[in-house]
Design a protein. Structure first.
Length: 136
């Protein structure tokens, strides 16, 4: 009877594997657009907010690292990635983004596999722009 337990558990474990894979399925551009448009999202690494982004209609954004100048930009889908381009910085910043419960998780494409994903959570806090574009 002891041998039956591992055999019975195998189908159960196999049925859970697709759920684990689904948890990190990259969002499409359309899914990302539906999720973020009209929201302000905090980007969190190791429990600390390092930036905040406002997602505007038409795939437009305003981003600021914590206590930094705000930058306007836009985003687009590129295969499994969501890429951002900001005014004054033509180099795209691409991320793999997936839904993580009610929030998002994101991995910067240029990071190595040893860098944990960032949490991306909705906030009611405003975007703070202490730089020259205050009030814009």
């Amino acid at each position: 009877m002891r041998r039956a337990a591992p055999l019975l558990a195998a189908p159960l474990l196999a049925s859970l594997l697709p759920l684990a894979a689904l948890a990190e399925t990259p969002m499409t551009a359309a899914e990302f657009d539906r999720f973020v448009t009209g929201k302000t999202m905090d980007y969190i690494a190791s429990g600390t907010v390092f930036g905040r982004e406002v997602y505007l209609p038409g795939r437009k954004v305003r981003w600021a690292f914590s206590d930094d100048v705000c930058m306007s930009g836009s985003w687009y889908g590129d295969g499994p990635h969501i890429c951002f381009v900001y005014d004054g910085d033509p180099e795209p910043k691409c991320w793999t983004v997936w839904q993580d419960g009610a929030d998002l998780a994101a991995s910067f494409v240029a990071d190595g596999a040893d860098v944990p994903p960032r949490q991306v959570v909705q906030t009611d806090a405003p975007l703070a722009c202490p730089g020259p574009d205050v009030g814009v």
